[in-house]
Design a protein around this ligand. Sequence first.
Ligand code: AGP
Length: 609
Amino acid sequence: MCGIVGYTGCNEAAPILLEGLETLAYRGYDSAGIAVWDGENIVMKKEKGQLANLKAIVAREPVFGACGIGHTRWATHGEPSYINSHPHGDAKKQLVLVHNGIIENYIRLKEMLTERGLRFVSDTDTEVIAQLIGDIYKGDPIPAITKAIHMLEGSFALAILFRDDPNRIYCVCKDSPMVVGFGKDGAHIASDIPAMLSYTRDVTFMGDKQIAVLSPEGIAFYDEFGSPIDKGCTHIDWDLDAAKKGSYEHFMMKEICEEPVAFRKTAEQYVSFKTGRIKADCFPWSEEDIPSLRRIRIVGCGTAYHAGLLGKKYFSEFARIPVEAEIASEFRYSDHIFEEGELLFVISQSGETADTIAAMRMAKQAGVRTVAVCNVIGSTIAREADDVLFTYAGPEIAVAATKSYLTQATVLFIAALHLGCMRGKVSEETAAELISQLALIPDSMQRLIDGRGEIQYYASREFSEKHVFFIGRGIDSALAMEAALKLKEISYIHSEAYAAGELKHGTIALIEEGTLVVALVTQKRLAAKTASNIEEVRVRGANVLAITNGNMPEVDSHCAKVWRIEEMNELIAPFCAIIPLQLFAYYMAVQKGCPVDKPRNLAKSVTVE
Ligand code: AGP
């Protein structure tokens, strides 16, 4: 989705803005622009397409000045074009602004402003905001902003430059993230933390409708009615290099290679590998809460939902409690019957996914207690959930979620195990045994990553496939859904996940000579059943690749190729089995020459509905 940066201080703004936009490029965009106060005027440069296009323009026609804002646009209202790119200004040329989010009542506002004689040049909802603020503005920015934001419906993060107020940037947001921070050379804004890290690690997350005024001397905050407020900082301890590609060709590969460390870091927040015990005080429930706990619901989108599906298996297996997992965009518009004693797990790497936020708020309003599983401190979900269980994946830049999925599943596994112990469904000994097995996982993962050459070779032979089917039973059918999503989103190969036993009810009609079917078989007790399903597709011509949990001779004989993970407990196996599947998607995409880290049409942080 769109990205915003801003800087005011003692250095040239344009290079800082362009660098910041580069850092935010992973969010997805189709045009980019900057506006810089040059001492006399606000100069705008913008262009459709890649950031390189904008950089070329700025190199040809440099803009000088120490205060500016920048934007990468992911088109929502109006096609990607020069005219629709941000920044946008008002008719009287009093201000320019950049915007993330969607204004839902923009047509009504546009009609009202048109009746007042204002003419619009773009198709965007953003220009409506610029014209609205410009129409209200009487020389003092804060009253104009406060009045305008109360007329806007929808979501917005805005950074605004006023012609009469040089060197200041005005920011305000609602339901769209924005962070501000003060470094040694001035003040910065960004819609995401990585764009800020080279300047400061002490950042302030903007709350809904709060206003920040950035100047070279500092940052002042106001509430939605314009009264000054104090706001604290959050220290971000992410390693600066963690948000850089280093020697890797793609962020996705770097992030897969980081999984053993991300897993260990996350697991060790919640268990001690030394004592084999769960760190009970990390969890937001106590002995007194347990008798009234009746049901667990899990929501998330995309990969986060898929991690939730693993969570569903863990809660039902360990805690023996009714549990449902639902896609957040469906959950938010369903007519739920909430009951006392429900707990909602809200899964989100970014903590800014619009549908997940809406699902969380809906449940909270109905009195349901919410627990976020989130990777970003200070994000909307982390702030608004009743409790948070953080994942410790570090920044994830590639659009394809990899280490976030792993760490979300890890947190859900341990949370479920803890609830299982508290509900008397899992003994301390069983928990200790499982924790001792978790301790072995990073090394097993590392060996899979080290052996990735075989997967690369396999992908080099299969990358021209048009359709790939992923099948599995039980926990493997949840894993299959994530494997299929990973492959389709980055390689553009049509891929589908199917519960292995369901194939013969329709989908098997699509199997023909040479169709690639990837069978996931990590549960010994279901291996013979899945082997039968493999045989059903094999005899119809499928080329079957299986991923097995240790040796599974009953599966091997039906498959053209088998990749083995080391033998392990079947509930733990997904942590390792996902690695070859992510690597497979990666190498297929690389072979096809796809832009692995920034697949077409996709954005890292989906902040609109
Ligand atoms: C998957 O690779 C995607 N990046 C996507 O499905 C993602 O998991 C989803 O948009 C949810 O994002 P979140 O975890 O930041 O809420």
